[in-house]
Design a protein around this ligand. Structure first.
Ligand SMILES: C[S@@+](CC[C@H](N)C(=O)[O-])C[C@H]1O[C@@H](n2cnc3c(N)ncnc32)[C@H](O)[C@@H]1O
Length: 432
């Protein structure tokens, strides 16, 4: 972990006060999902992403097979940006390759596939590589006399063989990652809501003592939201421009990421979702519809948990106030604007889906007790933002923080269980 960006561990233990003067965090260096395959890992706590992914994979496959020009022979390269590690990553790669492989048999000989798994350098690439299924190549294919119809992989088929060459590419997707014209299909699931940095103005505002308690993202003022919105726009434009260099003409960019409801589509959402969003934007004293309900709820819980550490004398208010997430909810208008400014892609699909964070099985378990709601909420959020909290207050205080977070989530169990929805932007672009 970067010394400049991580809070000093409190040498006096839990009795002392941890003071942190906010320094800009290096998102690329710090942000990663919880490592490994243990109970708290992202790999074991990514079911909402798995469900969201499963619900749009058919759309992705349909677009890819109808739009991509599959060569009669040779190879195709696919990149997964913000891949993390875990069953979602493997299952997505298996399904995409199996589907295109199947299609390629209709056109000629079997194609070979190169899959690039890309994420921030601090991502747990070791776990990812260890979980890759064994490679099958052309020689296996011919030796086993397998034709295309036998390699189709079904959703969740993690034990399947691997029909692609795999490589890891460390780096931020807000930079160039691949050579020019080298990719045919680029996908990114549940990653692009992370922006490249906390906007400097917002960071300065939250570090300024005179602004304590009034201007941080826990209570988002319009100008703070504006800073984040601008950063998100700059980032999306730069993401598109870099991908435009890397993707071949006619290639596909398929993106799914968290967002906020596009105002004109509000009335099409279920009433409870709209009420939920309003409830949580209002309770955070912002009337600004640019804050999504799920984000406001997350900040609400972060705020309450940090508040506990402050009142227990474990951190000071400035440490709390200077915590920010490099995160922004965009809507479909924001996306349209960036695509049109880039001028290098044609929009094929641009829509939104509203989904619950919990599966039916999750809900059944969570209905048993508020404590269970607290536990599951905590695991879900910790597996995603744990690295950022730890970078801010150190590992010891982090553990105390997550204990508080679990309790706060349990106290908000009704909302967490019944109204905790997210909005996903679903975008398919074709390189001109
Ligand atoms: C919630 S995980 C999604 C993982 C996987 N795609 C899935 O759907 O389960 C988001 C991933 O995006 C990565 N990420 C965030 N910002 C990034 C950036 N600028 N460049 C590359 N990866 C980034 C994070 O490190 C994390 O692994």
């Amino acid at each position: 972990m970067d010394d400049n960006t991580r809070a000093e561990e409190n040498e006096n233990g839990v009795e002392g006060i941890n003071t942190k003067v906010a320094k800009p965090i290096s998102v690329e260096t710090i942000l990663h999902m919880q490592d490994g395959t243990g109970e708290d890992s992202y790999a074991r706590n990514s079911t909402f992403q798995a469900t969201g992914m499963a619900s749009v994979t058919d759309l992705l496959l349909q677009e890819a097979s109808s739009l991509l020009h599959l060569p009669a022979q040779g190879w195709l390269s696919v990149a997964d940006l913000g891949c993390a590690a875990g069953p979602n990553t493997i299952s997505l790669a298996n399904r995409v390759v199996a589907h295109l492989q199947e299609k390629s048999f209709d056109h000629g000989d079997a194609l070979e596939f190169q899959l690039f798994f890309s994420d921030n350098p601090s991502n747990d690439f070791n776990t990812l590589f260890r979980s890759l299924p064994p490679l099958m190549t052309f020689s296996n294919l011919h030796a086993n006399n397998i034709n295309g119809h036998h390699i189709e992989s079904s959703p969740g088929d993690e034990c399947a063989k691997r029909w692609y060459f795999a490589a890891g590419v460390p780096g931020s997707f807000y930079t160039r990652l691949f050579p020019r014209n080298s990719l045919h299909l680029v996908v990114s699931f549940f990653a692009l809501h992370w922006i490249s940095k906390i906007p400097e103005i917002a960071q300065a505002r939250s570090s300024n003592e005179s602004n304590e308690g009034s201007r941080s993202l826990y209570f988002p003022m319009p100008e703070v939201i504006e800073d984040f919105t601008k950063q998100a726009h700059t980032d999306l434009c730069s993401f598109l421009n870099h991908r435009a260099e890397e993707i071949v003409s006619g290639g596909i960019l398929f993106l799914v990421f968290l967002g906020r409801q596009t105002s004109s589509s509000l009335e099409r959402q279920p009433a409870s979702v709209t009420q939920g969003s309003k409830c949580y934007t209002t309770s955070c004293t912002s009337q600004d519809s640019r804050v999504a309900g799920h984000t406001a709820f997350l900040y609400h819980l972060l705020h309450l948990s940090f508040d506990d550490l402050v009142s227990e004398g474990l951190i000071d208010v400035r440490t709390k106030e200077s915590f920010n997430l490099p995160y922004c909810d965009r809507d479909t208008n924001d996306i349209k604007k960036a695509v049109s400014e880039s001028g290098l892609f044609t929009i094929r699909i641009l829509e939104q889906q509203t989904c619950s964070f919990w599966s039916k099985e999750d809900k059944e378990e969570m209905e048993k007790s508020h404590e269970e709601v607290g536990r599951r909420c905590c695991k879900l959020i910790k597996s995603i933002v744990g690295s950022l909290v730890e970078a801010h207050i150190g590992s010891h205080l982090s553990q105390l923080f997550w204990d508080r977070f679990e309790k706060k989530a349990a106290e908000n169990a009704d909302y967490a269980l019944n109204s905790y929805y997210y909005v996903a932007n679903i975008v398919c672009l074709r390189r001109n």
